[in-house]
Design a protein around this ligand. Sequence first.
Ligand code: ADP
Ligand code: ZN
Ligand code: ZN
Length: 802
Amino acid sequence: MIAQVIVDVAAKSVDRTFDYLIPDDLKDVVQPGVRVLVPFGPRKIQGYVMQIVSDEQSDIEIHRLKPIFEVKDIQPELTEELVKLSEWYSHYFVSKRISILEVMLPSAIKAKYTKAFSAKHPEQLPEYLRLRFNQDGLYPYKAAQNQEDVATLLTLMKQGIVEEVTLLSQHTTKKKQRAVRVIHPDMGDSILMDLEKKQKQYELLAFLLDEQHRSVLLRELKDMNFSTSAINTLERNGIIEKYDVVVERDPYEGRVFEQEHKRQLTEEQQEAFDQINRAAASHQAETFLLHGVTGSGKTEVYLQIIDQVLERQQEAMMLVPEIALTPQMVQRFKSRFGDEVAVLHSGLSHGERYDEWQKIRDGRARVSVGARSSVFAPFKNLGVIIIDEEHEATYKQEDYPRYHAREIAEWRSRYHHCPLVLGSATPSLESYARATRKVYTLLSMPTRVNNQQLPEVKIRDMRDELANGNRSIFSEDLAVAIEDRLQKQEQVVLFLNRRGYASFMLCRDCGHVPQCPNCDISMTYHKTTHELKCHYCGYHEPAPFQCPSCGSEHIQQMGTGTQRVEELIQERFPSARIIRMDVDTTSKKGSHEKLLKAFGDGKGDILLGTQMIAKGLDFPNITLVGVLNADTMLNLPDFRSSERTYQLLTQVAGRAGRHEKTGEVIIQTYNPDHYAVQDVQANNYLAFYEKEMQFRQLAKYPPYFFLINFTVTHEKMKVALQAATHVHQTLLQHVTEKAFILGPAPAALSRINNEYRFQILLKYKHEPGLIDALRYLDDYYHERYEQEKLALRIDIGPYMMM
Ligand code: ADP
Ligand code: ZN
Ligand code: ZN
């Protein structure tokens, strides 16, 4: 038999499978998805087995093939499905296969670790084998391969006599605890008889014999009031022994989740539930767009669908934009499904992530809740995939290999014949357009649970405020409303657009704004360190006291940081207790959740924050939401800027009055007439959708056209420009006249880290010759990058246009 292997070398030239012979002893473990060590030139490197072919199928001369050195996994880390997915993905999204395999696996796997066989019932092992297990009852996998024992051990594993264990190195070691077991359980009864007079030892031993197949933790024995001296005596007399067991870490350990109960669904919820459940029960790969206003009970629908899926012995995958921002969501899942839930996110340590991944792989956790990369979770029998807040840009990975979780989810939904649910209060234009064309099935939930009114939204024109002599950050109305809530002891959320709060320095005499010397971008002022920083390349310098351009001393901080806004609020409302949430106050692990909890517990009157407070906040006492600067996002050079503004404002507005008390929202803006702002006020998604679709059609943007953004970078402007021209020419030769090619033009960020950047934008509908052109360009520029650091980035379906 021959294994086709992708080797772990990130070079374009080896981006294909290589053939290796499978040694006889290993033929049962070498399967698609296992990792192997193979000879590669003079080196020994790691690879992933993609496929097994018999030597008759292959026209290669067998005697010239080299054998696999060693197998690293006893069971495949990658499922067969993921192996296939990687093949599809690398082709259509022009990415190296090895890069995709690596994003699929949790990072702990890349860390150093080894696998071993562990003896569950050493007494049932053949004598010669038992001797090869070490003191800890382990037989390292590698040694077993050297002794050609693997085939035998696999049989024993099937019989439940040995099992597979993973030994992670330092950073990732599993938590160990002392446990106790009887050394010779078969002699237990006769020992017991001898102990009849020693009450405590007798009780202990009787208990342990009863539980002999379970490892009992020392701690547990003590909790059950078994006497420590009895334990020690039995150990001294060679009847029992203490040993270390690996205990899985549960990142949510020690936290009590309130038991949540199923709710009687409303009519709208029931309708959505029925349709999704029908598709799930009949194993249909149908995609649903669940368009439900904030508070319409989408999450409740998800929970009940998953409940049904679990009933049918299937699994469920739930994606959320960012776990850290949705602690309440995790809590609801944990409280419904308990240990069945694996939570996957970047805040976990390598080891924790690996534990969660294994729980899924081994079928111990049948529900996952996670951010983007959890779309690759190794489920084998998915019954539903849900993407909440499907419009969020975080579902697109911006770094290589660039992928969109929705595309992966669609593929997996077809593979498993299970429905995919995209949920949002403000669907992406792409998804909604597909729903109107019946590619997706549209499900609408236009009313809030219990018919709660959506909050009233008021727009305040900040130009008027200025004309009336109000120079503060609060419009008169907002100030009055805040005062009112403080009096009534209700809570206020104030939202500050992230893009608006970066502060910079400006010389009031000559207008100079300090720029990064490496990038064409203004530097950000940081008050705590009194420094100027570049967010693109990391360059920083002390903030100047004199203008570097004209020497004037009138150079000062401009723009309003969150910290400054907090001061302004405190000045205006001295009695208010303010909780501020921004990158500075939430950088520590868990701090985000703590601040939210404090606010939920009523330890603050005003929650001030950036984008991160827009999501998932669900507290009954919030009755006022103020948006301090609605439009900083509208002016970005990005065709999605109106869509993002609409989505963000709707989401923020949805935080108010979610329960019994009515809510009010005040949006402050300099563009009160913009439809993105107006339609939020009217809470009219369709009106917004129609206007925005007209713009997209005129400007030839998605969903009318697909986009590919090509960015060429090089330290010499001329080289970069020439290459961009070459990309343009190549595309021209491969696409029809129905496609449009824009550029080359300097990118919006035209220089980063001393490299010049040019862009070409391709707009197209259907281009059969395109994939070949992309693959050609990708290969060609990989080579030029290796020779002269000339890079081409191909972004299919771009979200960041800068
Ligand atoms: P969404 O996800 O659409 O924002 P949620 O599912 O979070 O909405 O529901 C909003 C609130 O209403 C939550 O507090 C939830 O517990 C409650 N809720 C949802 N469905 C029902 C129902 N059928 N009956 C009573 N309360 C419900
Ligand atoms: Zn100056
Ligand atoms: Zn820079």
